[in-house]
Design a protein around this ligand. Structure first.
Ligand SMILES: O=P(O)(O)OC[C@@H](O)[C@@H](O)c1c[nH]c2ccccc12
Length: 264
């Protein structure tokens, strides 16, 4: 599936580059406001990143809620940041959601896509993102991509799948590491991934445990394993009352000491 997504992505990027050139993006960036500090927002407390996710290859259609409605409910629940899936074909996203989101929220916005070309980093920034997701296993040059992102004042979230990728990310100055509990090839969820890799991430860095969270107990567990933040999409999109749902998750994460045993 990952291969398919990347093949499509390549086609899409080569088309888009002719419609909106990288120089046009750079011009827009030069006159835009500085992005929100994503790392600062996540620092020093338990955080929840809520994702606007309309569909996915593993679940199919998830929700047709409007972006505005979702963002307001995420904000009301106490989300620390908003993630927006911008990939079109498989996740029913749109780059334009970034612009809309920026106009209605002060929270940092993470562009969630499959970044394989430097062009996309400029695109993210020009459309209002405060950060980008870099998936280490598909990133053609992690060092360069991290540096470009930082030079545009976006501290990137680096998604790592194994210890080698974590070391490489840290060596190249990553401050925020994501461990995806979902296997991107077969879609299975395994929270033990967070447990296994958390000890490799120094305390001053930020560990985001991504995917598969359904209930407060999951948050407690991931927090005990050492997560600084969780990233949640599907369940928060499906929830009838996202604000209350997020509040409950936030309480569970905040009351559980990082790396420690939960307070009963
Ligand atoms: O919907 P979930 O299981 O709560 O997961 C959200 C998020 O972690 C997931 O969308 C995600 C994590 N890494 C990705 C990389 C590409 C696309 C999607 C993702």
């Amino acid at each position: 599936m990952l291969k398919k997504i990347i093949t499509e992505k390549r086609k899409e990027i080569s088309k888009i580059k002719t419609k909106e050139t990288i120089n046009e993006l750079k011009d827009r960036i030069s006159t835009s406001d500085p992005p929100k500090d994503f790392k600062e927002a996540l620092n020093g407390k338990f955080s929840i990143i809520c994702e606007y996710k309309r569909a996915s290859p593993s679940t199919g259609p998830i929700s047709s809620k409007r972006l505005e409605e979702s963002i307001k409910s995420f904000e009301n629940g106490g989300a620390t940041a908003i993630s927006i899936l911008t990939e079109k074909k498989f996740f029913n996203g749109d780059i334009k959601y970034l612009k809309t989101a920026k106009s209605i929220t002060n929270l940092p916005i993470l562009m969630k896509d499959f970044i394989i070309d430097e062009y996309q980093i400029f695109q993210a920034r020009a459309y209002g993102a405060s950060s980008i997701l870099l998936i280490a296993s598909i990133c053609p040059n992690l060092e360069t991509f991290i540096n470009i992102s930082k030079s545009l004042n976006m501290e990137p979230l680096i998604e790592c799948e194994n210890s080698l990728e974590i070391y490489k990310a840290l060596e190249n100055g990553a401050e925020i590491i994501g461990i995806n509990n979902r296997n991107l090839s077969n879609f299975t969820i395994d929270f033990n991934k967070t447990r296994a890799f958390a000890p490799l991430i120094p305390n001053e860095k930020i560990l985001v445990s991504e995917s598969g969270v359904k209930r407060s107990e999951d948050v407690k567990m991931l927090r005990e394993y050492g997560a600084d933040a969780i990233l949640i999409g599907t369940e928060v999109m499906k929830s009838k009352n996202p604000s209350d749902f997020i509040k409950d998750l936030l309480i569970a994460g905040t009351l559980t000491p990082k790396g420690g045993s939960p307070i009963e």
